[in-house]
Design a protein around this ligand. Sequence first.
Ligand code: SF4
Length: 704
Amino acid sequence: MNQEVKSTCCYCGVGCGVLIRTDGITVQGVRGDPEHPANYGRLCTKGASLHLTAQGEGRQRHPALRPARDRQPEQVSWAQALDTAVDRFAGIIREHGPDSVAFYISGQLMTEDYYVFNKLAKGLIGTNNVDTNSRLCMSSAVAGYKQTLGADAPPCCYEDIGQAGVILIAGANPALAHPIVFRYIEDARAANPALKIIVVDPRRSETAEIADLHLPILPGSDIALFNGMLHVMLAEGLVDGDYIARHTNGFDELAGNLAEYTPQRVAGLCGIPASSIVRAARWFATQGPALSLYCQGLNQSAHGTHNNAALIHLHLATGQIGKPGAGPFSLTGQPNAMGGREVGGLANLLSAHRDLANPEHRAEVAALWGIPDVPAKPGKAAVDLFKALESGEIKAVWIACTNPAQSLPNQASVRAGLARAEFVVLQETFADTDTAAYADLLLPATGWGEKHGTVTNSERRITRVQPAVAPLGEARHDWQIVVDFARRLGRKLQNPAVDRLFPYETVESIFAEHCVTTRGRDLDISGLSYSVLEQQGPQQWPFPEGASQGQQRLYADGRFPTADGRARFIAVAHQATVEVPGKEHPLSLLSGRLRDQWHGMSRTGIVPRLFNLDDEPLLAMHPCDMRHRQLDDGDLVRLFNGRGEIVVRVASRPGLARGRVWMPMHWGSRFMNSAGVNALVGDAVDPYSQQPELKHAAVEVAKS
Ligand code: SF4
């Protein structure tokens, strides 16, 4: 008999609730959960196709070990697989120390999976070398929030979209990348024709089509734009002096720097008319509640943290935060990048938003885990982690639920690192990602519809995910694999703490421990449990003990989680992109998402109907740039720079400014005859967030 099981969509950070229809053996259908507050029953095309990805196609069904690098993997038992992994990791740790191994995990994991990975590295092995693909996605948003507001906490909720008077969308294309959020924007526009929508994007994106004002700024000029808008607000008396005086620090220092950001100068830096900058500033400050929605266009930059801070300054200067319809709302890329941050699953973080660099925080986590200490030495963030593999400093890496051989920048270096590593473990749902070719050991993990645990979406809402069907083949839950490995490794290393560190027999017990670690922190969820989530539905954090519901908005009282309770303005100045287009490579390469594909397509790539709209990766280019190179629409072209070359078809796009080309980020060597777009992108990173500048590279295009 059919039944419906509550789960979530495993794609973007909107975090839509789904109901999986099942006969208990197979997944038979999916629909939006009408009771879930993120989507109230709506789904986009990807979410509505999820059931078509649950039929076992392309799955890794058994543990498999590669006898030699030039041989195919051979099926082994779980015991053989994990004992081999233990032998190799223990041997390397004994010979070279704990920092010679690393874990590279994913914002697609459940919070509980993330928690045990973090504990395995930092609590059992004694290395902080645990980082995640969220480093490529949200780490600049984390650093931006922390530097200005004091904590990594998006203060808004989806309901704010319908209450805003002006929405500033910067470096985001929700029409394709966060479609249900875009439906809320369309609803808001329909309900309130006076709503002003400003879109900041170097490309005339699908989202820009509904903008009242589109600002097609030069790539990387976001700080100049936001400083220019603040300059106008200050000059025209549009800032909220009372809010600034009562709730912030640092405004006078910043204001001194703003003098040079006149609309005329900023127009030159951004490549847009000065009048547009003035209009954007006036609308932001005068049209009622101001809401900002932003994503990778700000984050994936070598100055991503300051991009975020400069935008947050607009809210602090106008008091547009902590009230309905207002605030800086970072749209999360992945379904559980938030949960990973909550458990400290990055090389510089610890559980419950604690900082590794803070000795008191390290002592708190050590006490919670019952171990003498947590290592103080910072772990390696994603880009450095793979460089350390290439140099031989890190000798073994355990990769879970992500595909660095396609997604990281400077692919040649990443692949060289994977090839040089002494031992590579890949814990994955799917069998043939680009990274699988480098794996010595493949461990089959459960996938959507089989997993259980919790995830947190962009508005801090935690949802309980329930399994609808049994694991496929010999696949195991990610947390089970980690706990089994940790126990075996602990015994091998004769670590007396191992049983105390990994006592878990159920996923619920991991969540319960995570909740305890949050007590008294900004994200306190000591009042949450699986039973509360199941009975009351998805809840926003904080949800401390004694609370009856989660908190919809943060900072309504004007107090921020800083030492003195005040938010901070920080000095931010315009910086150019790391690569400046020149004679040899005169074009700016931009990249982004399509509506119907997700990341490297390991899941969406198996659903034929998701290719109906876009069946190949087209390179968008201005017709004048095409004429200059004697290219016609549909020609095969070489897109290249010093790092490599991609062969794709070119498409004329008059809406894209001259000197810029745009390509979707989904296709890798599995789906076309050359590497994906990130093979052409450099690995320069933001100094605060360590997030790489994935959104820009200098390239040239020629007929193939
Ligand atoms: Fe899934 Fe995002 Fe679409 Fe919602 S908007 S159905 S979470 S991909």
